[in-house]
Design a protein around this ligand. Structure first.
Ligand code: URA
Length: 216
């Protein structure tokens, strides 16, 4: 699969471990949710590395003045969890980005057509082009929901270059769609899986992330 966008799969034992826990069909709901929180935390940490805006300045230590780097408070940062399943990544992401605004986006997938529809949109009417946006979408499957989320965010003024996606499992159909439309996008995921089954579920995947996290 040749893609223009960049997909990062961080090589880290903690990410490997929590992915294994999340994949295991015998993992109970409460532990599944913990695994997703941990994955959200570490993937957000990785995504922030080259995306979080910084400010170079100086600081006075007890001994002398020296160069210092802070997070730049002038550049707005927003996190967009795609409901329902994106909520399970939010605790971990907020732990890393406690000052980010949270813009909930509720997208439901029609299980027959696999097409998404929007039932909740807490994005502000306008986003400045330099706003840094992190989208939380655990399963990048057909790409329908993530494409709709990207359109909603970009139509409000954000630029694709400033958007990062944190996903737990990514499948080729969604990656191909995103790459075609947003070649400069960066995605952080725990794994790229083989493909989808006839119901649009990622294989081997981890099942329905929302159902497993919320016990439904
Ligand atoms: N949504 C899920 O929760 N799981 C999949 O495998 C695909 C979409």
């Amino acid at each position: 699969m040749t893609l223009q966008l960049r997909v990062y799969v961080p090589e880290h034992p903690l990410i490997r471990h929590w992915l294994a826990v999340a994949r295991d069909a015998n993992t109970p709901s409460v532990l599944f949710k913990s695994a997703m929180t941990e994955l959200g935390r570490w993937l957000t940490y990785e995504a922030a590395r080259t995306w979080l805006p910084t400010l170079e300045t100086t600081v006075q230590t007890p001994l002398t003045e020296c160069a210092a780097t802070y997070i730049n408070p002038e550049i707005p940062v927003g996190v967009v969890p795609i409901l329902r399943a994106g909520l399970v990544l939010l605790d971990g992401a907020q732990n890393i980005l406690p000052l980010a605004a949270i813009y909930h986006l509720g997208l439901a997938r029609n299980e027959e057509t696999l097409e998404p529809s929007c039932y909740l949109n807490k994005l502000p009417p306008q986003l400045s082009p330099e706003t840094k946006i992190l989208i939380l979408e655990p399963m990048l499957a057909t790409g329908g929901s993530i494409m709709m989320a990207m359109q909603e965010i970009i139509s409000r003024g954000a630029t694709a270059d400033n958007i990062r996606i944190v996903a737990i499992v990514a499948a080729p159909p969604a990656l191909r769609k995103l790459s075609e439309h947003y070649p400069k996008l960066e995605i952080y995921t725990a794994i790229i899986d083989e493909g989808l089954n006839s119901n649009g579920y990622i294989v081997p995947g981890l099942g329905d992330a929302g159902d497993r996290a919320f016990g439904t």
